[in-house]
Ligand binder design. Structure first.
Ligand code: FO1
Length: 314
């Protein structure tokens, strides 16, 4: 069975190995959010692509869910020296976004290859092979697509809010700059057309899945495959497992529940997997025109991910 999985960062990274265990890595194509990407220190940084790569390679930092395990921070520590000389407003030498010494190598390689004219999708494939990842990993687009949030009247780039401001503050709006003009990366539309099943991983519906489905041709391809598109609710019992999904949904006027997720996804998703804690929401989800099925969706261990993957693909 060929599977295409729409992915953000940590939530998706937990389900992917489960999907691979069921159908085999070579039959899974991950279509990954790039709205979180950022340019710091002159480096091209793709957090969600790296989180997926590092996780499926078994090299992710298990405490944080991002970056590499066993990291050292010599480069970040050395940058502190320049803090007292950097002019106000300069981004040079920033240490608010923690880049470990080994993680830096990935950004150096990606930046070097992009400077040679290689598209992000090509470089992502090279990085995946370098980490021994057998999946196909694709950025949703090779074009520039960046997420901005407006908090207390101030517009911030995604990482400046998520990390710089520890995703605090009430978000009044979110936009995906470049999405309207963005084309799917090579292989994305074919993956969505050829897949026997499309899985929307339990990532943040607004800022992880949102940018992916904001690419017009991707949204159209998903709507055309709606009967074969299954989503796993990232909201369980009114809360997100990790990150700001719940507060974001609330800030933007969505119901913070699997019902709110069903409403957000219903134009391209035909089945929503709810956690057992939300079994009582089945009728309300189905009232949104989305079939609801119940299974344990919180993944603590690999076995949980494989069981959930088996359920999602059944
Ligand atoms: N998240 C943090 O909360 N603090 C950080 O300093 C941080 C650094 C970082 C570096 C590389 C990378 O790939 C991810 C990093 N993240 C950090 C996580 C990142 O902000 C999130 O993974 C997302 O973009 C949301 O999924």
């Amino acid at each position: 069975m060929r599977v295409a999985a729409l992915c953000g960062g940590v939530g998706a990274a937990k389900l992917l190995p489960g999907l691979a265990a069921v159908v085999g890595q070579e039959l899974v194509t991950a279509i990954v959010n790039v709205g979180d990407d950022c340019d710091l220190h002159g480096l091209a940084i793709s957090p969600d692509l790296d989180t997926i790569t590092y996780t499926v390679a078994g090299e992710v930092n298990p405490e944080t869910g991002w970056g590499l395990g066993g990291e050292t921070w010599a480069a970040m520590a050395a940058l502190e020296r320049f803090a007292r000389v950097a002019p106000l407003g300069s981004a040079a030498g920033a240490t608010w976004f923690n880049l470990g010494d080994r993680d830096l190598a990935t950004h150096l390689y990606r930046t070097g290859r992009r400077a040679e004219g290689a598209p992000l999708s090509r470089v992502t494939g090279e990085v995946a092979v370098a980490f021994g990842v057998g999946f196909r990993l694709l950025p949703v687009t090779d074009d520039r697509l960046r997420t901005f949030v407006v908090v207390e009247g101030q517009e911030l780039e995604f990482q400046a809010w998520f990390v710089g401001h520890r995703h605090q503050g009430s978000v009044s709006s979110v936009r995906f700059e470049g999405s309207e003009a963005a084309n799917p990366a090579p292989g994305v539309l074919a993956a969505l057309a050829d897949a026997d099943r499309v899985v929307v991983c339990p990532s943040n519906p607004i800022v992880s899945i949102g940018p992916v489905v904001a690419v017009p041709a991707v949204r159209r391809a998903l709507e055309a495959r709606r009967p074969d598109v299954v989503a796993v609710s990232p909201i369980v019992a009114g809360a997100a497992i990790k990150g700001p999904a719940a507060s974001l949904l609330a800030d933007l006027g969505h119901e913070v529940s699997a019902v709110g997720v069903a409403r957000a996804y219903r134009s391209f998703v035909s089945v929503l997997v709810l956690d057992q804690l939300d079994a009582d929401l089945v009728p309300a989800v189905e009232a949104e025109g989305v079939r609801a099925v119940v299974a344990p969706t919180v993944m603590h261990a690999r076995a949980d991910a494989e069981a959930l993957a088996r359920f999602v693909l059944a």
